[in-house]
Design a protein around this ligand. Structure first.
Ligand SMILES: C[S@@+](CC[C@H](N)C(=O)[O-])C[C@H]1O[C@@H](n2cnc3c(N)ncnc32)[C@H](O)[C@@H]1O
Length: 184
């Protein structure tokens, strides 16, 4: 499935923001494969936006995906999208600690706290200042996650993956910006 075909289901403003803000399909497929190692795995997307990563990941792997997103309107778009495509993905409105991280086997972070140098994408409101509190909160939640938790970052998250995580070198990847860690 091309990004164009997948994004066609979105409202105009959300589709227009896709190239800059939502994980491309090929990257989502690889990230989901890195995160899901058994049937029934539970994956959390921190800053799930319009749900593109969760929906692609759920359809491709059969695992269950949850997104946490601070913008209610985007979480609603994501819910509609998942329902239309029959994906096992649900979306919670809130900051990263709005869900219990101990319920997840794997975490995905696509630069959720980024600062934009120019105008925001249409339909997408992004903070002008990198919210340090959310970055520190995310580092703390990563530190508290269960041993064995898998973490994939795509373009980082503005903070550091804690030392308790072992980086896993990628042999070959669709993107140089994808990184995998596993908690010891
Ligand atoms: C780059 S987009 C990634 C979207 C999605 N993960 C994907 O890959 O398709 C980052 C998202 O994080 C959300 N976000 C930013 N700060 C957040 C916060 N403090 N708590 C929850 N979501 C946040 C933004 O609203 C945006 O939708």
């Amino acid at each position: 499935v091309t990004d164009e075909a997948f994004d066609a289901f979105y409202p105009d403003a959300v589709r227009a923001a896709s190239a800059a803000f939502w994980t491309p399909v090929d990257v989502a497929l690889e990230a989901a494969a890195m995160l899901v190692t058994r049937p029934g795995a539970r994956v959390l997307d921190v800053g799930s936006g319009a749900g593109k990563f969760c929906v692609v990941g759920a359809l491709a792997t059969g695992a269950s995906f949850v997104g946490v997103e601070k913008q209610r309107a985007l979480a609603e778009v994501a819910r509609d999208h998942a329902a239309r495509l029959g994906a096992s993905a649900r979306f919670v409105v809130g900051r990263p600690d709005a869900v219990d991280w101990s319920a997840f086997d794997a975490i995905y972070l696509f630069d959720p706290f980024r600062v934009l140098p120019a105008a925001d994408g249409p339909g997408v409101e992004i903070a002008r200042e990198r919210p340090l509190a959310d970055i520190l909160l995310t580092e703390r939640l990563l530190s508290g996650a269960r041993p064995g938790t898998r973490v994939v970052t795509y373009c980082g998250f503005g903070g550091d993956v804690p030392d308790a995580y072992e980086p896993v070198p990628a042999a070959r990847s669709v993107s140089p910006h994808l990184r995998l860690w596993v908690k010891r």
